[in-house]
Write a new protein. Structure first.
Length: 183
């Protein structure tokens, strides 16, 4: 099992099927909070739904030749959230990162460290040239995070995502390998 220790409290690791109940409970306990920005939450109704999600994440290891596209964010031994590449364009060497943290783990610098680590992984291990994040315009915390890590705002995609009963615009942020390596 891949484990990347960031510091004494924080690590990234592959999900495994034994994580299903804990991951499900995190999603359910943060559902109201996360629902503002994540459109898939109503599809998670039982532990078996997270089992299937974890299995598909593990299957992605085969598709990528052994590189994980997404991992669990572990804070003090608990699953705090997840981060991963929602999409990787191998030809153009572009990755699109998605991430979220459970409500109780917010405001502790966890996602800043996890995002920096995953950007390093994308440029170092996956040899990407560009990494993007697409963030709802009103998701100010996530936008501040991207900017703090060094992503540059590029533009707005109008009505980019349907969230339950309305569309939201997204801002595209990116960082290039040469910019990251200069930091």
């Amino acid at each position: 099992m891949l484990i990347h220790k960031i510091d004494d409290e924080l690590s990234l690791r592959l999900f495994n099927v034994n994580d299903a109940e804990e991951f499900f409970n995190l999603i359910i306990s943060s559902k109201h909070y996360l629902r503002e920005w994540l459109g898939w939450l109503d599809y998670v109704e039982k532990v078996e739904d997270t089992v299937e999600t974890i299995k598909s994440r593990l299957q992605a290891l085969v598709e990528t030749g052994g590189y994980p596209k997404s991992v669990a964010i572990i804070h003090n031994g608990q699953i705090a959230g997840t981060i991963g590449f929602n999409e990787i364009n191998k030809v153009s060497k572009i990755g699109t990162i998605g991430y979220w943290l459970g409500e109780g783990f917010q405001g502790k610098g966890i996602m800043t460290k996890a995002l920096k680590t995953f950007v390093n992984y994308g440029f170092g291990e996956l040899s990407l040239n560009r990494i993007e994040v697409s963030i709802a315009v009103e998701n100010k915390r996530s936008r501040i995070l991207a900017e703090r890590v060094g992503f540059v705002e590029e533009g707005t995609l109008r009505q980019a995502e349907w969230l339950y009963d309305h569309y939201v615009d997204h801002i595209i942020y990116s960082i290039l390998a040469k910019e990251w390596n200069e930091n």
